[in-house]
Write a protein that binds this ligand. Sequence first.
Ligand SMILES: [Zn+2]
Ligand SMILES: [Zn+2]
Length: 69
Amino acid sequence: MKCYDCDLAERGDTTAIGVCSRCGLVVCRAHARVTQVLVHLQRGPGKSSGDRPARRVVCGTCYGAEHPN
Ligand SMILES: [Zn+2]
Ligand SMILES: [Zn+2]
């Protein structure tokens, strides 16, 4: 599949490596932002997040919207 941001910039065929978890568009390696998130577990009282972060991919536009500064 083709990266949406590359398609907008008419950069031709690029291979998408992921799907933005916010807007659902496919993104290539250059346009994707892979972030780490803590997973909240349903474990009753006490510790409620895992020790190991999960992975989440968003596109550059959504990443910018989530991190305005
Ligand atoms: Zn791209
Ligand atoms: Zn997005």
